[in-house]
Design a protein around this ligand. Structure first.
Ligand SMILES: Cc1cc2nc3c(=O)[nH]c(=O)nc-3n(C[C@H](O)[C@H](O)[C@H](O)COP(=O)(O)O)c2cc1C
Length: 336
């Protein structure tokens, strides 16, 4: 027996699915989840995922090549379903024989799951409702991430604890389900594994790992923050259903309100249609996140963070974070 025997036993299906030592995924974070963090996570026994975000196919091509040079362990690629070049991005993944593709940001467009499966990759999807989860799993998705509103970045309206109670009893018997949102310590991982999850996905906890290229000021803002500082954006215009984003409060979160008003006026004037309006909102977030992560503009940029941010106190290597989470989970299970 290893000293992680209980956690590993509960993670068996997830470890097998990911091909990793531990069934801990680092969810893709735009601008943050690039070669350095992704390879560090995978080399640390977890599962790193490249955030394609708004990258062009050429940039994704280069990022996969560079990540492969840094790790021989499995990692995935996260594609945003509304990306205008989704088909080309899938083709790039195929050319590199990527083993796992995560489709995020909405319901996968027709044919996308099939296009990924053609080259033998496993497809991981998100689903906001149980009915949709069942439909996606029926139509070829191999695994599901359920992500609660405690998470950083784009969020749904329901908390992780409620999603876990609703989805896991219904799906975990036959399917690989990962739980995400608000996980900061291993005790929570143990709980979700006992409920039937095959593994977990964390973002915020890894955003400030030593290997993360996020700007030092971005990381300092995370270490200073409390759970209550990570707030969800508010929808201003009933016609413009923007997906809420959880981020640390700053001038940037206020500017988002202004941006929504501007786009609302353009809609009123008929200068943009609904699709273009939503794209403008998403481009705003991508730009604002870059400003904070890369340039270190923590006032005007977007500090996307989940509520677990309050548990982050210092920079640690990704492998140490993973080892700590696993040890906490194991201790919790041993105490049962
Ligand atoms: C800074 C940041 C950027 C993110 N960007 C993306 C993204 O580009 N695509 C995506 O699917 N999820 C994104 N997420 C969500 C994460 O992949 C992950 O699911 C989430 O952080 C898990 O919840 P946690 O933050 O409570 O650990 C982002 C999260 C953060 C904190």
């Amino acid at each position: 027996m290893t000293d992680l025997a209980k956690t590993h036993a509960l993670m068996a299906r997830g470890r097998d699915f990911l091909g990793t030592e531990h069934a801990i995924m680092c969810g893709a974070m735009s601008w943050v989840s690039e070669r350095s963090l992704v390879s560090a996570i995978s080399n640390g026994g977890g599962f790193g995922v490249i955030a394609c975000g708004a990258m062009t196919p050429d940039l994704l091509d280069a990022e996969i090549t560079a990540t492969r040079a840094l790790t021989d362990k499995p990692f995935g690629v996260n594609l945003i379903t509304m990306h205008p070049d989704l088909t080309d991005l899938i083709a790039i993944c195929g050319r590199h024989d990527v083993s796992h593709v995560v489709l995020a940001g909405g319901i996968p467009p027709k044919g996308s799951v099939e296009a990924i499966k053609v080259f033998g990759a496993k497809v991981i999807v998100f689903a906001p409702t149980l009915a949709l989860a069942k439909k996606l799993l029926r139509s070829g998705a191999d695994a599901l991430v359920i992500e609660g509103s405690e998470a950083g970045g784009h969020i749904g309206p329901v908390s992780t604890s409620v999603l876990a109670q609703e989805f896991l009893p219904a799906l975990a018997g036959d399917h690989v389900v990962f739980v995400a949102g608000g996980i900061g310590r291993g005790e929570a991982i143990a709980g979700y594994l006992e409920m039937g999850a095959s593994g977990v996905q964390l973002g915020t906890r890894f955003a400030c790992a030593s290997e993360s290229i996020a700007h030092a000021d971005f990381k300092r803002a995370f270490f200073r923050a409390n759970a209550r500082d990570a707030v969800a954006s508010v929808q201003l215009d009933a016609r413009l259903p923007v997906i809420p984003v959880r981020a640390l409060k700053n001038k940037g979160t206020e500017e988002f309100t202004v941006k929504q008003r501007e786009v609302g006026v353009l809609l009123d004037q008929g200068k943009v249609d609904m699709g273009e309006a939503q794209l403008q909102i998403e481009r705003y977030w991508a730009g604002a996140l870059r400003k904070a992560v890369i340039d270190g503009d923590i006032e005007n940029g977007s500090l996307m963070a989940g509520q677990s941010v309050g548990m982050l106190k210092e920079e640690e290597p990704a492998a140490d974070i993973i080892a700590k989470l696993m040890a906490e989970s194991e201790d919790a299970l041993l105490r049962r």
